[in-house]
Design a protein. Structure first.
Length: 103
């Protein structure tokens, strides 16, 4: 499944209104750990059917970053039924992300 760029205008539909679990990648273009994490997130999106993978650029969507109290990048947030189940701050490997998705 393709990674969806989420903005304030489509946040409710893509994230809160999703019938499937959602993994959100909060990132910034200047963030080197975010760039290192990007291929792993791409792999996760291809390997996990039934998971919606989204990304939010904190520079262009500061209100969404503030709503989730994002203080460091990258930050991954895993939601089910619009409720945060797991969160990871900083670069992490694929196994850590897979463990998050089991919650």
């Amino acid at each position: 499944m393709a990674i969806i760029d989420v903005k304030k205008t489509n946040f409710e539909k893509e994230v809160l209104g999703s019938s499937t679990p959602v993994l959100i990648d909060f990132f910034a273009n200047w963030c080197m750990p975010c760039k290192m994490l990007a291929p792993i997130i791409q792999e996760i999106s291809k390997e996990h059917n039934g998971l919606k993978v989204c990304r939010i650029n904190v520079e262009s969507e500061p209100e969404l970053a503030e709503a989730f109290q994002i203080m460091s990048l990258p930050t991954l947030i895993y939601l089910k039924d619009g409720i945060v189940k797991e969160q990871s701050v900083g670069f992490c490997n694929k196994e850590v992300i897979k463990k998050m998705l089991k919650q």
